[in-house]
Design a protein around this ligand. Structure first.
Ligand code: GLP
Length: 233
């Protein structure tokens, strides 16, 4: 895992360095989930190599009380902002408790655009081929919006909650079009549970049924696999 994280950190740091233009902060897109954790640990060890950044998270559950330990705002704070010593004022997560979530989604897109777009987007992949919370059937040019979670996704994420009932049914997520607009993508995956999704994403047709198949459309994708995730390739 250390190796996976170190290799991913090399890719991310090199791209952030290249992205740097005077007077602006490079923009890092961050993902939650277990897959990128080794990368965050590597970046924490090498935090002196990180330029001052802006960061945008991919997604957030809808309807969890603010401060809930499994809200992605909290996960991002705990697993990314604090270990990497990022400036919390420059880190954004979609507002899952907004009174008008669609409006919050539009505002989030506008904030990414105002920051100059994402330079490097870190990604994991769901067992069903989802990216962020873009479930199968998501339009390939979709933008940040409210989505309903598949039951299989709720079940996969139930391990973080006391029971399946507590897992939200909806989320705010950057769209596949938003993710594709990032200048570089760095995807990490580990474990055999991801093998079928990765094979479909990388070697099957580009289709809404496999959201991660958009990786085939992007000119700068780095994919780092461990522990059988590449078994289907
Ligand atoms: C969640 C997240 C995704 C993540 C996926 C896989 O549903 N919204 O961004 O890629 O799960 O998570 P893990 O890396 O823990 O397998």
């Amino acid at each position: 895992m250390n190796e996976l994280g170190e290799a991913a950190a090399d890719a991310v740091l090199a791209r952030l360095r290249n992205a740097h233009s005077p007077g602006t902060r490079p923009v890092l897109g961050v993902a939650t989930g277990s897959s990128p954790l080794s990368l965050y640990r590597a970046l924490a060890r090498r935090r002196n190599e990180l330029p001052p950044l802006r960061a945008f998270a991919l997604d957030e559950y809808l309807g969890l009380p603010p401060g809930h330990s499994e809200s992605y705002a909290e996960v991002v704070r705990r697993e990314i902002v604090e270990p990497l010593a990022l400036d919390a004022g420059h880190v954004a997560v979609p507002d899952g408790s907004a009174a008008d979530p669609e409006r919050a989604a539009a505002g989030y897109e506008a904030a990414i655009a105002a920051a100059g777009g994402v330079d490097v987007q870190i990604l994991g992949i769901g067992n069903n081929g989802h990216l962020a919370f873009n479930e199968p059937g998501s339009a390939l040019d979709s933008r940040t919006r409210v989505v309903r979670l598949e039951e299989s996704t709720r079940q996969a994420n139930a391990r973080f909650f006391a029971s399946l009932d507590e897992v939200p049914t909806h989320a705010l997520t950057q769209g596949l079009g938003t993710i594709r607009a990032a200048r570089s993508l760095v995807l990490l995956a580990s474990g055999e549970a991801k093998a079928d999704a990765l094979a479909a994403a990388l070697q099957g047709p580009v289709t809404e049924q496999v959201p991660a198949s958009i990786l085939q459309l992007h000119p700068d994708v780095t994919i780092l696999l461990a522990d059988g995730a590449g078994a289907g390739l």
